[in-house]
Design a protein around this ligand. Structure first.
Ligand SMILES: Cc1cc2nc3c(=O)[nH]c(=O)nc-3n(C[C@H](O)[C@H](O)[C@H](O)COP(=O)(O)O)c2cc1C
Ligand SMILES: C=C(O[C@@H]1CC(C(=O)O)=C[C@@H](OP(=O)(O)O)[C@H]1O)C(=O)O
Length: 390
């Protein structure tokens, strides 16, 4: 499967086109909307999330609630567009002699794409960079991921996320009884954290950062259960599924690192305390005593839960801006201030969940016969039986 996205942050709409979905899969807009609403929640976000109420329109590829096997196009309108029609209009602006487009941006923000994007595309109004580099685009990545999650759920695969650190405050609660309980606790926490004490401290840290005109980052964790062993491949570098997940996580705006299972801790432990011992029983077949490697060996799934974490740096736009240079005058200046979030880690956890879901669904569709949902369901079941009896 593949998808592309289009749309500027303050333009009329965001679009994604998804190609390669099996035919015969139930899909309605409300299921996608539920996931879009989850992305909009989360403590620490700015005023934009109060303006938008993200809902999707399915404009092709679905008929009478079922996918056709043809490309699925999804559109989300930007409610904020009505405030930006002049600044962001598609037609050349109607300007008096010498008048410039208002709110031209010439002071790049350290940490955002502004300066590098200007240097690359030659934009002297850095808004031309900001509009597309904005994480507004993650709305339609979540929409595409929601379709992938729907497919995975029909194959008995569940995906969930939670926040394990914000501004240096760590969640001490990392265990959960079931995927349902994990989902419920995370969903009811303003910062998607399983630890009620850490949750309060995280919210305080976000408030303090905001009061100080600053921003904070954190770490999110995505868990996937039910993927059969052997998805992905060791035979070629670009077929390794853990590598694809790593790229997907780091492609989320402001994500700078990724780890699987115990991750970087593995550098400090001997092999005996890292590798997961193999056991077998008649009912389950093969499994592991532990899951320190987070569900991957050799670029393939082990059949254990996939555990992947991503590190989000603090938001670059600061209300107390850092030093920058005006690209017109070359004078030192404070960077531009755009309306901004002070922490978007909880929302980003939902994005991470969806990009991971996409990569897993995509690997499954590539590996198993997937023109039709019914045959895909039965081939996945065959693979599970094969692995159990192997
Ligand atoms: C959900 C989400 C919301 C974000 N909100 C903001 C924001 O309000 N202001 C900002 O400057 N950056 C925000 N970012 C981060 C920037 O989009 C990101 O830092 C920028 O695109 C540069 O890319 P890079 O940090 O990956 O290098 C957000 C990121 C995510 C995932
Ligand atoms: C719009 C979203 O996030 C935006 C991501 C973002 C950035 O620079 O990445 C900057 C802000 O944009 P604005 O200036 O319009 O408030 C965020 O609100 C969204 O998540 O839907």
């Amino acid at each position: 499967m593949r998808y592309i996205t289009a749309g500027e942050s303050h333009g009329p709409q965001l679009t994604t086109i998804i190609e390669g979905l099996p035919a015969g899969m139930p899909l309605v807009a409300d299921e996608i909307n539920e996931q879009l609403a989850r992305r909009q929640k989360g403590y620490g976000r700015g005023r934009r999330m109060q303006i938008e109420k993200d809902t999707v329109q399915i404009t092709s590829g679905v008929r009478h609630g079922l996918t056709l096997g043809s490309p699925v196009a999804l559109v989300v309108t930007n409610d904020d567009w009505k405030h930006w029609t002049k600044i962001m209009g598609q037609e050349p602006p109607d300007l008096e002699d010498g008048e410039e487009v208002k709110r031209k941006i010439t002071r790049p923000r350290p940490g955002h794409a502004d300066l590098n994007g200007g240097l690359k595309y030659g934009h002297r109004d850095l808004r031309n960079v900001l509009e597309r580099s904005s994480a507004r685009e993650t709305t339609v990545r979540v929409a595409a991921g929601a379709v992938a999650k729907k497919l995975l759920s029909l194959l008995g695969i569940e995906v969930a996320s939670h926040v394990i650190e914000i501004g240096g405050i760590k969640s001490e609660v990392r265990k959960y009884e079931s995927m349902d309980s994990l989902k419920e606790i995370a969903e009811n926490s303003p910062v998607r954290c399983l630890d009620a004490n850490a949750e309060k401290a995280m919210m305080k840290a976000i408030d303090e950062a905001k009061e100080n005109g600053d921003s904070i980052g954190g770490i999110v964790e995505v868990i996937v259960e039910g993927v059969p062993a052997g998805v992905g491949s060791y035979v070629h570098f670009d077929r390794k599924l853990d590598a694809k997940l790593a790229a997907a996580i780091v492609s989320i705006n402001a994500f700078k690192g990724v780890e699987f299972g115990i991750g970087f801790e593995a550098a400090r432990k001997p092999g005996s305390a890292v590798h997961d011992e193999i056991v077998w029983d008649e009912k389950k077949g093969y499994s592991r005593k532990t899951n320190r490697l987070g569900g991957f060996e050799g670029g393939m799934t082990t059949g254990m839960p996939i555990v992947v974490r991503g590190v989000m740096k603090p938001i670059p736009t600061l209300y107390k801006p850092l030093q920058s240079v005006d690209i017109d005058s070359k004078e030192p200046f404070s960077a531009s201030i755009e309306r901004s979030d002070s922490c978007a880690v909880p929302a980003a956890a939902v994005v991470a969940e969806h990009v991971v879901a996409w990569e897993i669904a995509s690997a499954i569709v590539e590996q198993f016969y997937a023109d039709r949902l019914d045959t895909l369901i039965s081939t996945i079941e065959q693979q599970r039986t094969f692995a159990r009896e192997f």
